[in-house]
Ligand binder design. Structure first.
Ligand SMILES: *Cc1c(COP(=O)(O)O)cnc(C)c1O
Length: 354
């Protein structure tokens, strides 16, 4: 891959952030851009100083939402290495999203190389405090200046980087989640499995209603029966019921999380029974009633493992594991973060050095 690099001039380099980083607020000195032209393919990969991009107001992404994105992190290890976690899985998933939105795919090896090049250009921006990381946001947008509805002939692929604080600055705290019964996120045949902005646009109303009621996240039900659990905001969801770990099967409406996949593999290695199947909210209520609902946790790149302390279904509040973190949740958190930050051996070959 030929990647042109135009470095920021020293007088324009931004000061590195100090103190709490938060999430998604600070950006590094550079960004990566690449153009797609139908008939030519992807071309002109370049790393340039971070800044605004200029688009025609009629650019198709603004009107019909042809956009997909990914999210992964670069981790600084104690012995000074930089690790990426399963980046080729992000590349493949982005291509799955692209196919659904009629957007051009990028060769998986090229995609990973572009991510590495972008991170290398801003390597001194990778935060080193415990739990911090460099969040990597690759995304693709349709740029044809045209108001008709069809696939665009031109696209941008862009990578921006954001130094991020520890998700659990105040410790691994259980969250409270609200089962949404009025709106749905996705249906089979729709775009639920694709990581596209449109899915999020349609979720914000529910998220904001849940916040108003004092809940951190929304738990979505399937769009047909309004009965089976799908996933949480930006996380997949797991339940430990009577010794077995259960997570909704991937049937087209749930985002296939890389953390989800990793958790399933880690649990199976440990000999914990895991099943991917349909699970109804009624089954959860029943398990809560008979005392077999042992743990609930969400999985995603940002939080890794997010224990759930309370579930709200209609007027009913279900407290999980007395609102404390479960044994499986904390083991998974320690194991996955141990691999990601290079503290534990990576037996699966999931991490990639920069
Ligand atoms: C990104 C995302 C996830 C989590 O996926 P990871 O690969 O584990 O980060 C789950 N649900 C939705 C809707 C997402 O966008």
């Amino acid at each position: 891959m030929d990647i042109r690099i135009e470095r920021v001039s020293p007088d324009k380099a931004k000061p590195k952030p100090e103190g709490a980083l938060g999430f998604g607020k600070k950006f590094t000195d550079h960004m990566l851009l690449m153009d797609y032209t139908r008939g030519i393919g992807w071309h002109d990969a370049r790393i340039v100083p971070y800044g605004s991009i200029s688009l025609d107001p009629s650019a198709m992404v603004f009107h019909y939402g042809q956009e997909v994105f990914e999210g992964l992190k670069a981790y600084h290890t104690e012995d000074g290495r930089t690790l990426l976690f399963r980046p080729a899985d992000n590349a493949r998933r982005m291509n799955d999203s692209c196919r659904r939105l009629c957007m051009p795919e990028i060769d998986v090896d090229d995609w990973v190389e572009l991510v590495r090049a972008a991170v290398r250009a801003d390597q001194d921006w990778i935060p080193t405090a415990p739990g911090t990381s460099l969040y990597i946001r690759p995304f693709m947008i349709a740029t044809d200046p045209f108001l008709g509805v069809r696939a665009s002939d031109h696209y941008y692929f862009i990578i921006i980087l954001s130094p991020s604080g520890s998700y659990y600055a105040a410790g691994l705290n259980p969250v409270r989640i609200y089962i949404e019964t009025e709106y749905v996120r996705a249906v089979r045949g729709g775009t639920g499995f694709a990581k596209c902005g449109g899915n999020y646009a349609a979720s914000i109303l529910s998220q904001s209603n849940a916040h108003e009621s004092g809940y951190e996240q929304v738990l979505w039900l399937d769009g047909v029966h309004r009965e089976f659990i799908e996933e949480v905001g930006a996380m997949n969801i797991f339940f430990k019921i009577g010794g077995e770990v259960v997570t909704p099967a991937l049937e087209g409406s749930v985002l296939p999380g890389i953390t989800r996949r990793s958790v399933i593999e880690l649990l199976r290695d440990r000999g914990v029974p895991v099943s991917e199947r349909r699970i109804s909210y009624k089954e959860l209520e029943k398990a809560a009633d008979d005392g077999t609902l042992e743990e609930i946790f969400g999985t995603g790149t940002a939080a890794v493992i997010s224990p759930v302390g309370e579930l709200r279904i209609g007027d009913r509040r279900i407290t999980v594991n007395e609102g404390r973190i479960g044994e499986i949740s904390s083991w998974l958190y320690d194991t996955l973060t141990g691999i990601q930050w290079g503290r534990l051996p990576d037996e699966h070959g999931w991490t990639v050095s920069l």
